[in-house]
Design a binder for this molecule. Structure first.
Ligand code: CP
Length: 304
């Protein structure tokens, strides 16, 4: 039995197989409509979510399975003091696979050590968000035809954005990737990430100006400033409008640059950009369903 805690839990070969399966699911959904008949997924969300929880629930439903779970820690026995370890032992009696989101870094990992069923990390604090990364990689591979040879700009809250940390970790395994980290000083990518890039000899630059970076980018990954991770409301208010992607800013971008965003968006991409051909964030959300369908099938197969 295997769990998914980090995108690095899958080899690049296993990721390729996963994306091939997700592509087949996209093209032939009827083939998979009963693939999980009789199976149950538990979605245990101790932190708010729209995309991750509902795309998992949509994925399991489209595979013919059923879903149980909670979307708020206060409606679970966590509110009475139950530990994650005890909760997952009990969920193991009710479901065949579990997706867990938790505000504490490492909580899904703790659950995995006690679980009798595969556990998927659906986001743990500011740490990792592996299924968003699978979604991002699947979107890039499908829309750009490859995962190698790109200059990738990551813009916004690179300090607290777990999707950013997971995506960088995953992309370093592909060839000829150059990162441009675009953030204010206070929201720079953590040192452990730049140290890892230095060790692996991966090229990157850290800049403040989105305008200067824009013409070089093959992909622009925008992120929201993570209000829920700030200790100080004033800092959040000061930084939340630092980058706003507008039509005017895109005049300097390559004509085939892909604009990605894990969503939710607050104000960092102007809605007028949604009509730009390069805006791919809603397609990205759609790819999230196919890749989660493929993940559920793969982890259940390995658990047999
Ligand atoms: N991208 C993402 O994780 O969105 P949700 O918080 O809505 O799940």
């Amino acid at each position: 039995m295997r769990h998914l805690m980090s995108p690095l839990d899958f080899s690049t070969k296993e990721l390729d197989d996963l994306f091939d399966l997700a592509t087949d699911i996209k093209n032939n959904p009827e083939k998979y409509a009963h693939a999980c008949d009789g199976k149950i997924m538990a979605t245990c969300f101790y932190e708010p979510s729209t995309r991750t929880r509902l795309s998992f629930e949509s994925a399991m439903t489209r595979l013919g399975g059923n879903v149980i779970g909670f979307s708020d820690a206060n409606s679970s026995s966590a509110a009475k003091g139950e530990s994650v370890s005890d909760t997952i032992r009990v969920i193991s009696c009710y479901a065949d696979i579990c997706a867990m989101r938790h505000p504490k870094e490492g909580a899904p990992m703790v659950a995995a050590t006690k679980s009798l069923i595969p556990v998927i990390n659906a986001g743990d604090g500011g740490h990792q968000h592996p299924t968003q990364t699978l979604t991002d990689l699947m979107t890039i591979r499908s829309m750009k035809g490859s995962l190698s040879g790109f200059t990738i700009g990551l813009c916004g809250d690179l300090k607290f954005g777990r999707t950013v940390h997971s995506l960088i970790n995953a992309l370093v395994r592909y060839e000829n990737i150059h990162f441009i980290f675009i953030s204010p000083e206070e929201l720079k990518v953590p040192d452990y990430i730049t140290e890892m890039l230095d060790e692996k000899n991966i090229s990157y630059e850290e800049v403040i100006s989105l305008d200067e970076a824009m013409p070089k980018l093959d992909l622009l990954y925008m992120t929201r400033v993570q209000k829920e991770r700030f200790f100080n409301e004033e800092d959040y208010i000061r930084l939340k409008g630092f980058y706003i992607l507008t039509k005017e800013k895109l005049e300097f971008a390559k004509p085939d640059m892909l604009i990605l965003h894990p969503l939710p968006r607050v104000n960092e991409i102007s809605v007028e950009v949604d009509n730009d051909e390069r805006a791919a964030y809603f397609e990205q959300a759609q790819y999230g369903v196919y890749v989660r369908m493929a993940l559920i099938l793969t982890l259940l197969k390995w658990a047999k």
